[in-house]
Design a binder for this molecule. Structure first.
Ligand code: DX5
Ligand code: ZN
Length: 225
């Protein structure tokens, strides 16, 4: 399936970065030509962890022009989008499970000129996205339980990638398909073959500290091309 897919894109998971050397990390990611910076926003309620807020995004925007891929793992995301001052070129992803008003949340995001996205947790059916396809530009399939880096992929999530690909292709409107969670070099290859085109790269790949970041990036690119 890899042949006819949109160009693969890499979105490094900044919750895995070296916060003590953020400038150096960002410059390295710029040199590698990554497509987005994945920002895991966590409120300790929708997911049992706290992570990355609007101040962190503000600091990154002072450092780089790389667009943000803001993954809102928060309750009531429609009330919190404004904090991040989304802009054209950014992606802002809400969780289907996090609000009763997904259409309203996506319309708010689109109002900033950013690309609206919807994420689904491992146990959420792909079909739940069907009525949102006119209002989103990206689908995010969580391949681990959201909230923590360093987890292992949940096998039952992998067929969801191909199911989402079929649904998106049926719509024919260039919606991107992102995967997030244990996107290792091996898993990335499999996820690409299932139809993913945008890859959240965390501790399983680009931030695998057992090798230089350039080598990790090259191995990931080889796996998804
Ligand atoms: C999970 C996070 C991801 C990712 C981190 O909630 O959204 O950023 O899992 O990367 P890995 O899984 O490779 O450590
Ligand atoms: Zn994420």
């Amino acid at each position: 399936m890899g042949g006819s897919l949109p160009k693969a894109m890499v979105s490094p998971s900044m919750m895995c970065c070296d916060y003590a050397d953020l400038r150096k990390e960002v410059r390295a990611l710029e040199a590698l030509g990554v497509d987005y910076l994945h920002i895991d926003v966590m409120d300790g309620r929708f997911v049992p962890n706290l992570a990355l807020g609007s101040d962190f995004v503000g600091a990154l925007r002072k450092l780089t022009d790389i667009p943000m891929d803001i993954h809102m793992m928060v309750d009531g995301p429609e009330d919190k989008v404004a904090l991040f001052k989304p802009r054209k070129g950014d992606i802002v992803v809400i969780h289907l499970e996090s609000t009763a008003h997904a259409h309203r949340a996506l319309q708010i995001i689109a109002g900033y000129g950013a690309d609206p996205g919807v994420a689904i947790n491992p146990s959420t059916a792909v079909d739940g996205l069907r009525h949102l396809l006119d209002d989103l530009r990206l689908v995010l399939i969580m391949t681990v339980n959201p909230g923590f880096a360093g987890q292992r992929v949940i096998p039952a999530t992998l067929p969801k990638i191909a199911e989402a690909r079929r649904m998106i292709d049926g719509k024919g409107s260039g919606i991107r398909l992102e995967v997030d969670g244990n996107v290792s070099f091996e898993n990335a290859r499999l996820m690409r073959s299932e139809g993913a085109d945008t890859f959240v790269a965390g501790s399983s790949s680009i931030f695998d500290r057992s090798m230089p970041i350039g080598e990790a990036h090259a191995r990931l690119i080889e796996a998804i091309s």
